[in-house]
Ligand binder design. Structure first.
Ligand SMILES: Nc1ncnc2c1ncn2[C@@H]1O[C@H](COP(=O)(O)OP(=O)(O)OP(=O)(O)O)[C@@H](O)[C@H]1O
Ligand SMILES: [Mg+2]
Length: 349
C-alpha cells in the first residue's frame, strides 16, 4: 500500500499493488533504498519474498537499505549459482567500454564491471573520478532510471571458468586489478550490477511496437534523470539497458553530473565560410558547455530509431528545454517519479 504525503500534515493511501511484477518495480535495483529501521531485518525479507518470489534475497536486503548484508547474500547466491552452471565467464555482449571492462555469464542475471587500468582515448578522467561517479549514483535518488551497483574488494572467482578471450582482455586492460593464485582469480575491485539488454542490441531485433515503446522509454528516462538533477553526459544508446519489464535504465556513470552544473547553449551561427566549413568548433567551448542540438548525432547509427525518437522527444534537442528545467530545479522543483502507472492511482490530484 504506497503511502503519499499530502504536505499538509496527513497521509493517504495512493493505490494497492498486488501483482508481483508491479510490486517488484517498487523494490527495483533502479530505485532508492528504503532505509528501513528494522530490528529483525530477516523477517521483513521473508515477508517481502512471499510477495515477490522471483526476487533474490540479496536484492531485498539492498532495497531495504542494508547493502552490506546484501553483499554477503549476493556472494552466497553467486557461488551457488556458479556451481549449478557450466557456462563460462565471457565479455558482456555489446560495444566494449572505454572505461570499464564488463563481463558476465550467458546464464547469469548480473554483470561484473572492472575499471580498466588505462582508458581508451578520448576518455581521460582518473580512476578516482570514475569511483566518485558510481558513488554519487548510490547516494542519489535513482528514480527508476539508474542501476544500483554493489562494490566489492577482493572478490574471488574460479579462474578455470574464464573464457580465453576474457582472460586475454583482463590481462591487457586491467592487469593491476587481478591476482591469480592457484585456481583462484581475485578481483581487487569490482562492481556488480543487474544485467540488462543494451539498448543498441535490443533495437537490432525488436518489432515496430517494441521500437516505439522503447524509444518513448529512452526519452522519458533522459527526461526523468534530468528532472532529478542528473545529466548522464554520455547518452548513446549503448549506455542504456532494457529491463525485463521493458523499462529503459542508464548504467554508464563516468560522465554523469548534476544537471545544474551544466551550461546548455545553442550552437553559435557561423559568420563566414571558413567557420561554416570548420571541422573543429571555431567558438570557445568550456568543459561544462553542452549543445543539445548535437544530441541528434547520438542516433546517427540507427536511422530507424532516430525517426521514432524525433517524433516523440525532439524537445530534447532544444537548449531552452534544459534551461527551463534547470530554472525549475533551482526554484525547488522535485519530481514525483511513481513506480506504478498513474492510472493505477485511486485518485488523481
Ligand atoms: N548492466 C549491464 N547489463 C548488460 N550489459 C552491460 C551492463 N553494463 C554494461 N554493459 C555492457 O558493457 C559495455 C560497457 O559498459 P559501460 O557503458 O558501463 O562502460 P564504459 O566504459 O563506461 O562505456 P563508455 O565507453 O561508453 O564510456 C556496454 O556498452 C554494454 O554492452
Ligand atoms: Mg558505455
Amino acid at each position: 500500500l504506497p503511502i503519499q504525503n499530502t504536505g499538509k500534515g496527513s497521509v493517504y493511501i495512493d493505490t494497492l499493488l498486488y501483482d508481483p511484477d508491479d510490486i517488484s518495480i517498487v523494490f527495483s535495483f533502479s530505485r532508492s533504498y528504503f532505509m528501513v529501521d528494522a530490528s529483525i531485518p530477516s523477517e521483513y525479507v521473508a515477508f517481502l519474498h512471499k510477495l515477490m518470489p522471483h526476487k533474490e534475497v540479496f536484492e531485498l536486503y539492498n532495497a531495504m537499505g542494508m547493502p552490506k548484508h546484501g553483499k554477503t547474500e549476493f556472494f552466497r547466491f553467486a557461488v551457488d549459482d556458479t556451481l549449478n552452471s557450466t557456462a563460462p565467464y565471457i565479455i558482456a555482449p555489446g560495444i566494449k567500454g572505454m572505461v570499464m571492462l564488463v563481463f558476465t555469464r550467458p546464464d547469469f542475471d548480473y554483470v561484473y564491471k572492472v575499471i580498466k587500468d588505462r582508458f581508451t582515448p578520448p576518455k581521460e578522467m582518473t580512476q578516482e573520478h570514475v569511483k566518485a561517479c558510481y558513488s554519487l549514483v548510490k547516494r542519489w535518488d535513482r528514480g527508476g532510471r539508474m542501476a544500483d551497483t554493489q562494490e566489492f574488494n577482493n572478490l574471488a572467482f574460479d579462474r578455470r571458468r574464464f573464457s580465453d578471450e576474457l582472460m586475454a582482455e583482463l590481462e591487457k586492460e586491467a592487469p593491476s586489478k587481478i591476482v591469480e593464485s592457484g585456481n583462484a582469480l581475485v578481483f581487487k575491485h569490482v562492481y556488480v550490477e543487474r544485467k540488462m539488454i543494451p539498448l543498441n542490441l535490443y533495437l537490432k531485433d525488436c518489432d515496430e511496437e517494441q521500437l516505439y515503446s522503447v524509444m518513448d522509454e529512452y526519452g522519458n528516462a533522459i527526461k526523468q534523470l534530468a528532472s532529478n538533477n542528473i545529466f548522464p553526459g554520455d547518452m548513446l544508446l549503448k549506455n542504456f539497458g532494457v529491463t525485463r519489464h521493458g523499462r529503459v535504465v542508464f548504467y554508464d556513470y563516468d560522465e554523469i553530473c548534476p544537471l545544474l552544473d551544466c551550461n546548455f547553449r545553442s550552437l553559435p551561427e557561423p559568420q563566414n565560410d571558413e567557420q561554416a566549413m570548420a571541422t573543429q568548433p571555431w567558438y570557445e567551448v568550456k568543459p561544462e558547455d553542452v549543445f543539445p542540438e548535437e544530441f541528434r548525432l547520438f542516433f546517427s547509427g540507427n536511422q530507424r530509431a532516430k525517426k521514432v525518437f524525433d517524433k516523440l522527444h525532439s524537445d530534447l534537442y532544444d537548449p531552452e528545454f534544459w534551461q527551463d528545467l534547470q530554472e525549475k530545479i533551482r526554484n525547488g522543483f522535485v519530481p514525483d517519479l511513481f513506480p506504478y502507472r498513474r492510472k493505477q492511482r485511486f485518485q488523481l490530484r
